[in-house]
Ligand binder design. Structure first.
Ligand code: APR
Length: 186
């Protein structure tokens, strides 16, 4: 499913983000950048040791990656030439700034893509796995944040695709896209 935002495209797909051929895929990492499970594990497994080596160099240079920020490495063995690592919020009930940090994770990842003059970016559903962010809330925030960016801030980025692993998450993002399309974007 996809729809246009001006001249740009926002799409959702069900699948494995490590198979994407976009200019960048976004990793739902943790602050150590040393890998983990979920999509983090899949990207490090698929990309190989070079990604971890670059992550180690980043952490030694600038320290742990705070939630809501983003950095880029190469894609290693992946089809995507770049991986943008971001850290989403751990869900603690929604009153500890989780929405702001989740929106920042999406927006900062897109700003990193812009600095690299990339055209296409694939996102997983950040924070809705191990970090337990409720997917209904996360999906509508993610879609709104990306749509607002495409509408108002994007320059090189012309296509963003959400790649959702399981059916329930894919359907939640489909509902989020449908509701954003039926009401003006805030
Ligand atoms: N492609 C796309 N999406 C995937 C893939 C994949 N290959 N593997 C998992 N996912 C989905 C999950 O099903 C979930 O919907 O990514 C979403 C995010 O889940 P997590 O990967 O658990 O990420 P998150 O909730 O942000 O937790 C991050 O988990 O893996 C660790 O090191 C990571 O500590 C960090 C934490």
């Amino acid at each position: 499913m996809q729809f246009t935002v001006g001249e740009r495209v926002l799409a959702i797909e069900q699948g494995d983000i490590t198979r994407q051929t976009t200019d960048a895929i976004v990793n739902a990492a943790n602050s150590s950048l040393m890998g983990g499970g979920g999509v983090d594990g899949a990207i490090h497994r698929g990309g190989g040791a070079s990604i971890l080596e670059e992550c180690k160099a980043i952490v030694s240079r600038r320290g742990r990656l705070p939630p809501g920020e983003a950095v880029a490495t190469g894609g290693g063995n992946l089809s995507a030439p770049h991986v943008i690592h971001t850290v989403g919020p751990v869900w603690h009930g929604g009153r500890s700034g989780e929405p702001e940090v989740l929106a920042s994770a999406y927006r900062e990842s897109l700003l990193v893509a812009e600095t690299l003059h990339l055209k296409s970016v694939a996102f997983p559903s950040i924070s809705t796995g191990a970090y337990r962010y409720p997917v209904e809330q996360a999906s509508s925030l993610a879609v709104r944040t990306v749509m607002n960016f495409l509408r108002a801030e994007a320059d090189s980025v012309t296509r963003v695709v959400f790649v959702l692993f399981d059916t329930a998450t894919f359907e939640a993002y489909g509902r989020a896209v449908a509701s954003v399309r039926s009401s003006p974007v805030d």
